[in-house]
Design a protein around this ligand. Structure first.
Ligand code: SF4
Length: 213
């Protein structure tokens, strides 16, 4: 089996292949992370069914070291946004993203998470989760098949392979800041909070009674 850790620019003689590895700090750092990406147990709609199928034995996601779906964001490396993103769910999604420790990645799975899908510009759906959290990989389809999701995971591995420990944001001087949790407002309208939002915006608000009338 090919030794993934070997630096291809520094060839190792055949007789030493099984005993010697010449690598770089970046390569071994990225190899460790790309081989143990733990996704979060988190699904929103029909795409989530395909994501669940991907974890079945038939697709053997364990060969990528990704079979450990975690039930808490604090132990997850990857958020797979699988399904329709409603305005009601966006604050929860951003809150979960903020609770994930660095290094963390986001994958938009399917047409809905990538851009709204068949519900684009619907009254209750946002036009893509990338309006709120940074997305690393987009997986097209409605829904994407498990094979498409695996392809997206491989693309994420390739992205990790190209990162450098000297440049990654989580070791930089400016620590990653939490993404502001969207307030239900003009974009994420919650009719129940109309009076409060109007007050915060400095406009005269209708009272709850007026809204109900
Ligand atoms: S992209 Fe298609 S399959 Fe996926 S959540 Fe949207 S409607 Fe469902």
């Amino acid at each position: 089996m090919e030794n993934e850790l070997n630096d291809p620019n520094v060839p190792v003689p055949d007789e030493l292949q099984s005993a010697v590895t010449i690598t770089s700090l970046d390569r071994i750092y990225n190899w460790g992370r790309r081989s143990s990406i733990w996704p979060m147990v988190f699904g929103l709609a029909c795409c989530a069914i395909e994501m669940i199928c991907t974890a079945a034995s038939r697709f053997d996601i364990a060969r990528f070291g990704m079979e450990v779906f975690r039930a808490t964001p604090r132990q997850a490396d990857l958020m797979i946004v699988s399904g329709t993103v409603t305005k009601k769910m966006v604050p929860q999604i951003v809150r979960l993203f903020n609770q994930m420790p660095e290094p963390k990645y986001v994958m938009a799975m399917g047409a809905c998470a990538s851009g709204g899908g068949p519900f684009k510009e619907g009254y209750n759906v946002v036009s893509g989760i990338d309006k709120f959290v940074p997305v690393d990989v987009y997986v097209p389809g409605c829904p994407p098949t498990p094979q498409a999701l695996l392809h997206g995971l491989i693309k994420l591995q390739q992205k990790i392979d190209n990162q450098s420990i000297k440049a990654v944001r989580w070791y930089g001087q400016n620590a990653s800041e939490a993404v502001p949790i969207p307030v239900l407002g003009p974009d994420l309208l919650d009719p129940r909070q109309h009076a409060l939002l109007a007050q915060q915006a400095g406009q005269p608000g209708d009272s709850a009674e007026t809204l109900e009338a």
